[in-house]
Design a protein around this ligand. Structure first.
Ligand code: 4AD
Ligand code: MG
Length: 442
């Protein structure tokens, strides 16, 4: 038995040109053309066209070929050679093979299936080429996020999933019993991230978050992953600056390390290559005017919906930051201001110092964040106005009592980012096991 370190994997084929290798994998597809037999193998790292020729291949392999069904597990030994028409640019000239298991009739055939059926078979669907490619892009996005923050001295700071109180309003909370108390699944790690910013200067929280979203849209999951940087002594502009650099880094990582997957997904690369700063930064008020002009007007004070986000993306053809939203639609923790760009006010201001990044092409809001209120007195008033219970936030208020400083942060939704990068229409295909209204299995 060889160690896994020197195991052959399809993605490393270029290093083995001309050598004899063993692919340990599964049958993706097979076909015969006269005396030549073709096997498309997958091993988790890619697809490999394998060819059985009389003379090169032993008799037994020809017999075994007939028994192979889709997704049967096999170990196939052969010689690797360049073949430009093959998926990864190499082909395996089969010499011998061993069947590990002959698979039962596989429910997902190469023909078209309905989404409902595929979702029920998500545990198998992830083996299909497009799903595989999208999830490989997701993994790269996760890696590049860690790389971005770690290389800039941010400390990863983990927030709890079981929490006693709300962060993003009480209407989307998932409740559960915590012994004899009520607990909620976290909607955002932000409040804990603020603790981290005061202890470590700059941190990021990275984990799953939960919202009891009752709406069925292509952008909403009930369980999604969010990365949330939080920085002490940073204002709204610093926050947008960080968000812009961060998005650029993710795009560059995906373009340079997942080109093959983007090709499988038929992603228009020019759209990704165009994602370069500076991103336009406009106030909510300016956005309302633009929407009016574009025939999708919205009354001042309302939150943007999908048509508005799509129209704003169209207007700029680039990701765009919207800042200074009406405070009436924002959470309790935002610093506020009476005017756009004016001094932040104490008490109730018209605007919240928020900044959302809207992705082009209808992928919607990918970043939501802003500058936090740093006065304990103002926060207490807001907590009351929002109908929240002050004692739940006593530890949060302590951050304002012991060396309070201006600070800012944001949250990036992973699934919406994966959808945007891959060009996949619906977020349900950007996470291994999506959780949505009416979707809890597998
Ligand atoms: O705008 P949101 O609600 O902001 C917060 O939670 C802040 N506390 C974050 C912070 O400042 N630390 O959510 C942030 C992002 C959204 O822009 C979106 O990308 C994603 O999280 N998101 C969702 N993604 C999928 N399904 C949902 N139901 C989502 N809700 C938010
Ligand atoms: Mg938001």
């Amino acid at each position: 038995m060889t160690s896994s370190a020197d195991r052959f994997y399809i993605e490393d084929a270029a290093r083995y040109d001309g050598q004899s290798v063993t692919v340990k994998g599964w049958v993706y597809n097979k076909r015969s053309s006269g005396k030549i037999k073709f096997l498309i193998l997958r091993d988790g790292t890619g697809l490999m066209q394998s060819v059985l020729f009389k003379g090169e291949c032993n008799e037994e392999a020809f017999e075994l070929f007939e028994k192979l069904t889709q997704e049967s597990s096999v170990e196939v030994t052969g010689k690797l050679r360049k073949e430009p028409r093959s998926p990864g640019g190499f082909e395996l000239g089969v010499q011998s093979m061993r069947i590990v298991q002959v698979a039962e009739p596989y429910p997902i055939s190469p023909k078209e299936h309905g989404v409902e059926f595929l979702m029920e078979n998500r545990h198998l669907w992830v083996r299909s080429n497009r799903q595989w490619a999208a999830l490989r892009v997701r993994a790269e996005i996760m890696r590049s996020i860690n790389e971005f923050f770690d290389s800039r001295g941010f400390i990863r700071f983990d927030a709890p999933i079981l929490t006693p109180s709300a962060c993003e309003g009480t209407s989307t909370l998932f409740g559960t019993n915590y012994f004899d108390e009520k607990a909620y699944l976290t909607q955002s790690g932000q409040l804990y991230g603020e603790v981290g910013a005061m202890a470590f200067g700059k941190i990021y929280v990275f984990g799953p978050t939960f919202r009891a979203e009752k709406s069925k849209t292509r952008k909403h999951l009930t369980e999604f992953w969010m990365v949330e940087p939080e920085v002490a002594y940073a204002d709204l502009n610093d926050n947008m600056e960080l968000g812009e650099k961060f998005i650029e880094h993710i795009v560059q990582s995906v373009l340079s390390r997942r080109a093959a997957e983007l090709k499988i997904l038929e992603r228009d690369l020019s759209k990704l290559e165009a994602i370069k700063g500076p991103f336009p930064r406009i106030s909510y008020d300016e956005a309302v005017k633009i929407l009016e002009k574009k025939g999708v007007g919205i009354p001042w004070g309302e939150d943007f919906g999908a048509p508005h986000e799509t129209a704003l993306g169209e207007e700029f053809g680039k990701p765009v930051f919207i800042h200074h939203m009406p405070s009436q639609i924002k959470a309790f923790y935002f610093k506020q201001s009476d005017t756009v760009g004016g001094p932040a006010v104490t008490g109730t201001g018209k605007y919240a110092l928020g900044c959302d990044l809207i992705a082009p092409d209808g992928y919607g809001e990918v970043i939501g964040g802003g500058q936090r209120e740093e006065s304990a007195e103002v926060l207490k008033q807001r907590i009351a106005e929002h109908g929240l219970c002050e004692s739940d936030y006593s530890w949060y208020l302590d951050l304002r009592r012991f060396g309070s400083v201006p600070h800012s942060g944001f949250g990036l939704g992973i699934e919406r980012t994966v959808a945007w990068m891959t060009g996949v229409e619906h977020v349900r295909e950007t996470i291994p096991f999506p959780r949505m209204l009416n979707t809890l299995r597998p």
